[in-house]
Design a protein around this ligand. Structure first.
Ligand SMILES: Cc1cc2nc3c(=O)[nH]c(=O)nc-3n(C[C@H](O)[C@H](O)[C@H](O)COP(=O)(O)OP(=O)(O)OC[C@H]3O[C@@H](n4cnc5c(N)ncnc54)[C@H](O)[C@@H]3O)c2cc1C
Length: 298
C-alpha cells in the first residue's frame, strides 16, 4: 500500500490524496468507517491515472459524489474512495452541460438565473449531478432521466472517455446503467426549456418549504432509507407499524418522517444498520411486505 501511495503522489497532479480517512466527514450520515485511500480530484487525467493504478494493483475503487446516499460500515473500505470534484456548468440556449461533481443546488441556481425550467424538483436533492444520474434521483413527479440528453463517462477498464444517450443510460426507478458497471460519470448534457423566472423560483421555494416541513433536516441522514414499494408507500407502512421514533444507539426512525433514519446522537454505522434490519423485520412480520434499501451500504 505504501508503494501505491507513493505512486499516487508522484503521478497525480490535481488531486488531494489521503490515507485511512474517515468517511463520516464526506457522507451526509456523518458517521462511517475509514477508507484506505481517499482521493479528491478535479482532473480527468488524474481520474484516468487513478484507474490505471487501481486496475494494475487490483485495488477496489468506488466513486463518491456528495455522499448523500451512502453509509460506510465501521469496517471501512479496503480500497480507493474517489471523490469527483469536477464542477463546471455551461449553459447555452436550452442545453446545460454539467460536470459530474457539480452540486444540484448550484446547478439549480444557475439554471434559474438563465430562466430555464424543468430542474426545479432537483434543487433540494442534496447531491451532485453524477450521483443523481447514477441513482436516477427524483422528487415531486420528476426524475433526472427526464432531463438527461447524454452522459459522458470514463470506462473503468479501458480508461477511455465515452458518451451514451439517455436511452443507453437504461434509467428506471432509482437505477441507471451505472449501477451495473463501475464507469465514472464525468459530465452530462441536460435539456431544459425556457420559462418564467418567477414561476421557476416559486416552484423551488414551494418544494424547499415542503422539504423543510416534512423531512428531518435538523439531523444527519441519507434521505429515504428505503425504496418506494410497488403497491405501497414505505414510510406510511413503517409509521403504521409504530416505528416512528424507534431508536437503537444513536440512530432513530425520524419522528418527522418515518421513511428517514437519522443520526440522532453520534450514531455508529452499526447502530444504523441494526435499526435498518429491525425496521425491515418488523415491517415484514406485521405486514408481509418486503422493503428494499435505497441507500448504499459500503
Ligand atoms: C435530506 C436528503 C433528502 C434527499 N432527498 C432525495 C430525493 O428527494 N430524491 C432522491 O432521489 N434522493 C434523495 N436523497 C438521496 C441522495 O441525495 C440522492 O440519491 C443523490 O442523487 C445522491 O447524490 P450524491 O452526489 O450524494 O451521490 P453519492 O451518495 O455520493 O453516491 C450515490 C451513488 O452514486 C455513485 N456515484 C456518485 N458520483 C458518481 C459518478 N460521478 N460516476 C459514477 N457513479 C457515481 C456512487 O458510487 C454511489 O453508488 C436525499 C438525501 C438527503 C440527505
Amino acid at each position: 500500500m505504501n508503494s501505491v501511495y507513493k505512486e499516487f503522489v508522484s503521478t497525480l497532479e490535481h488531486s488531494v490524496i489521503k490515507t485511512n480517512e474517515n468517511m463520516g466527514k464526506y457522507t451526509s450520515f456523518k458517521t462511517g468507517g475509514n477508507a484506505n485511500f481517499f482521493i479528491k480530484t478535479k482532473s480527468i487525467n488524474d481520474i484516468k491515472k487513478i484507474l490505471e493504478i487501481a486496475n494494475l494493483n487490483n485495488i477496489p475503487l468506488i466513486v463518491l459524489g456528495n455522499g448523500s446516499n451512502m453509509l460506510f460500515k465501521e469496517s471501512g473500505f479496503d480500497g480507493i474512495v474517489l471523490k469527483i470534484e469536477l464542477d463546471k456548468i455551461i449553459i447555452k440556449n436550452e442545453t446545460v452541460t454539467v460536470d459530474a461533481g457539480a452540486k444540484n443546488a448550484i446547478i439549480s441556481k444557475k439554471i434559474l438565473d438563465n430562466e430555464l425550467q424543468g430542474f426545479e424538483f432537483m434543487s433540494g436533492i442534496p447531491g451532485t449531478i453524477g450521483g443523481a444520474i447514477r441513482m436516477n434521483a427524483g422528487a415531486y413527479g420528476g426524475e433526472i432521466k427526464d432531463l438527461v440528453k447524454n452522459v459522458t463517462y470514463i470506462d473503468y477498464s479501458t480508461t477511455k472517455i465515452e458518451t451514451i444517450t439517455n436511452k443507453e443510460c437504461n434509467f428506471s426507478y432509482r437505477h441507471s446503467v451505472f449501477g451495473n458497471n463501475k464507469n465514472i460519470i464525468i459530465s452530462a448534457e441536460l435539456k431544459l426549456k425556457k420559462g418564467s423566472k418567477e414561476e421557476i423560483k416559486n416552484k423551488i421555494d414551494e418544494y424547499t418549504k415542503y422539504r423543510k416541513e416534512k423531512q428531518p433536516w435538523e439531523y444527519p441522514n441519507a434521505g429515504s432509507t428505503f425504496k418506494r414499494g410497488k403497491d405501497f408507500i414505505t414510510s406510511k407502512i413503517i409509521d403504521e407499524c409504530g416505528l416512528k421514533g424507534y431508536t437503537i444507539g444513536g440512530a432513530q426512525v425520524s419522528t418527522k418522517h418515518a421513511g428517514f433514519i437519522i443520526n440522532k446522537n453520534n450514531a455508529t454505522p452499526t447502530d444504523i444498520l441494526k435499526l435498518i434490519e429491525y425496521v425491515k423485520t418488523t415491517v415484514y412480520k406485521k405486514t408481509g411486505k418486503l422493503i428494499e434499501l435505497e441507500i448504499e451500504i459500503i
